[in-house]
Design a protein around this ligand. Structure first.
Ligand code: MEV
Length: 427
C-alpha cells in the first residue's frame, strides 16, 4: 500500500502498513528533505568502504541495523518524526503507541540542565591534598585562559571553560586530588574538546601542587547535561484506574529493587540508544551516563518516576544525562546519520537531547503498561514470529501466512516456521 502524503503532524495513521518507499517520501515531505537526503535514506547499505576505513581502524565491512520512524511524537508543542536504529522488534511501535496515548494531553514537555561536560585530572603522591586543592582553586583565571586557548572555535560559538572544582578522593592507595574542568561544549558532544583541555592543563596542575598527573579524561557521568522529559497520560486514555495503579506498582518495584531497575532502565535505553545511534552519537557514552546517574544516591534506582496527578491521571518524568552532539565525530561524517538528523529538524544539541529524553519516557510507558497488563510476550511474539518466518526463508506474502500459522500453533521455533512454509508451498 502506498500513501505518500506530506503530513503536517506526526500522527500518521496506518504508517506501519505502508511500503518503505512511501514512508521515506512521507518523512521527506514532512521534514523538507532534499533529493540527496532522500537518496541516502533509500540506500539500505549506505556507507562507502572508503568512509568506513576512515572512521575506524582495520575496517572490513559494515553491519546494517534497521532504522524506523516513531510516529505520534509531540515534544514541546512541536510534532516530530523520530528516526530510531534498533535490531529489536516492538521498540518503535511502543514509542508510537505510547506517544499516541498522550498526544491529546499535549505530548511531552522537556527541558535541560545545560550542555556542560566534565573532564577529570587525577593527581597522585600529594602530601598535603587540602592545601593542593586550594592552590588549584586559586588559579581559576589562569586555568580558564589555558582551557579556552585550546579551543577558540568553541569559545567563538559561546562555549568554553565554565568552572573548576577539586575533589579529594580517599582510596586505599592514598588521597587523590581530582580536578574537574567544567566546560560548556554547546552543540558538540565534547569529548575531544574536554580531553584536549585536560591533557593540556595536567602538567601545570602537577607543577603547582608538586603531585603527579595520571589520568586526564572526560567523565561520562554528565550530570551537568541532564535532559528532562515529562508527560501526562489521562486515566481514560490508558484504560482506567486499574491499569494506572498497576503501572505505579510496576514502577515502585523498579525504584526499590536493582534487579528490576536494571531491566526497567534497559527499556528506557531501548528508546534512547536507538535515537542516539540513528543520529551518529556515542551510545556507550549515553548508556554509561544513564546507569551511573541511576545509582547517584548510592543505590541503583529507576531513571523515571511515575505518579498519580490530583485529577487522577498518570504523570511520568525522566531525567538522565544526555551527552549528544550535532557536530564532530560520526555525526558530522556519516551521511545517513546526517540525513536522519535532518528528519528531526533540530538546530541545537540541546533540542536533540530533549527529544531523546521524550522517547525514553515513551518507551518506559509502553514497557510498563504492557508488563502491568497483558505482558510483553503477546506483542513481542507476533513480531518475533516475523523474524522467524524471514529466517526460515519466507518471502513476500508468505511471511504473513507463516506468522499466522506460528501464532495459531503457539510454536515459534524455526523448525515450526520451516514446516509451515513447506506446507504453504506444497499447496
Ligand atoms: C525489553 O527489551 C525491555 C523490557 O524488558 C523493559 C522493561 O522490562 O521495563 C520490556
Amino acid at each position: 500500500m502506498t500513501h505518500p502524503v506530506a503530513s503536517p503532524t506526526s500522527r500518521i495513521s496506518g504508517f506501519h502498513k505502508w511500503t518503505p518507499e512511501a514512508r521515506i517520501e512521507c518523512v521527506a515531505a514532512f521534514a523538507g528533505l532534499g533529493q540527496a537526503e532522500r537518496d541516502q535514506l533509500s540506500a539500505p547499505s549506505n556507507i562507502e568502504a572508503q568512509l568506513g576505513d576512515h572512521m575506524i581502524e582495520n575496517f572490513v565491512t559494515t553491519i546494517a541495523i534497521p532504522v524506523g520512524i516513531a510516529t505520534n511524537v509531540r515534544v514541546d508543542g512541536r510534532d516530530v518524526l523520530v528516526p530510531m536504529a534498533t535490531e529489536e522488534s516492538s521498540v518503535i511501535a511502543a514509542v508510537g503507541n505510547s506517544a499516541r496515548q498522550c498526544y491529546d494531553t499535549g505530548g511531552f514537555v522537556t527541558s535541560m540542565s545545560g550542555t556542560q561536560m566534565i573532564a577529570q585530572i587525577q593527581l597522585l603522591d600529594i602530601a598535603d591534598p587540602r592545601r593542593a586543592r586550594l592552590l588549584i582553586l586559586e588559579r581559576r583565571d589562569e586555568i580558564e585562559r589555558i582551557c579556552n586557548a585550546c579551543d577558540p572555535t568553541l569559545v567563538r560559538f559561546g562555549g568554553g571553560f565554565r568552572d573548576v572544582e577539586v575533589r579529594l578522593i580517599e582510596t586505599p592507595a592514598g588521597t587523590m586530588v581530582v580536578t574537574h574542568l567544567i566546560v560548556d561544549t554547546r552543540d558538540a558532544m565534547g569529548a575531544n574538546a574536554v580531553n584536549t583541555m585536560a591533557e593540556r592543563l595536567a602538567p601545570d596542575l602537577a607543577r603547582w601542587t608538586g603531585g603527579r598527573a595520571l589520568l586526564r579524561i572526560l567523565s561520562n557521568l554528565a550530570d551537568r547535561r541532564v535532559a528532562r522529559a515529562r508527560a501526562t497520560w489521562s486515566c481514560d486514555a490508558i484504560g482506567g484506574e486499574a491499569v494506572r495503579d498497576a503501572m505505579i506498582a510496576a514502577w515502585q518495584f523498579a525504584d526499590n529493587d536493582p534487579y528490576r531497575a536494571a531491566t526497567h532502565n534497559k527499556g528506557i535505553m531501548n528508546g534512547v540508544s536507538a535515537v542516539v545511534l540513528a543520529t551518529g552519537n556515542d551510545t556507550r557514552a549515553v548508556e554509561a551516563g544513564a546507569h551511573a546517574f541511576a545509582a547517584r544516591t548510592g543505590r541503583y534506582r529507576s531513571l523515571s518516576t511515575w505518579e498519580i496527578t490530583a485529577e487522577g491521571d498518570l504523570a511520568g518524568t525522566l531525567e538522565m544525562p544526555m551527552a549528544v552532539g550535532l557536530v564532530g565525530g560520526a555525526v558530522k561524517i556519516h551521511p545517513t546519520a546526517r540525513a536522519l538528523l535532518s528528519i528531526l529538524r533540530v538546530e541545537t544539541a540541546e533540542q536533540l537531547a530533549r527529544i531523546i529524553a521524550a522517547v525514553g519516557l515513551a518507551q518506559n510507558f509502553g514497557a510498563m503498561k504492557a508488563l502491568a497488563t497483558e505482558g510483553i510476550q503477546k506483542g513481542h511474539m507476533s513480531l518475533h514470529a516475523q523474524n522467524v518466518a524471514f529466517a526460515a526463508g519466507a518471502v513476500g506474502e508468505e511471511v504473513d501466512a507463516v506468522v499466522r500459522a506460528l501464532i495459531e500453533s503457539k510454536s515459534f521455533s524455526e523448525e515450526a516456521a520451516s514446516a509451515a512454509l513447506a506446507r504453504l508451498r506444497s499447496h
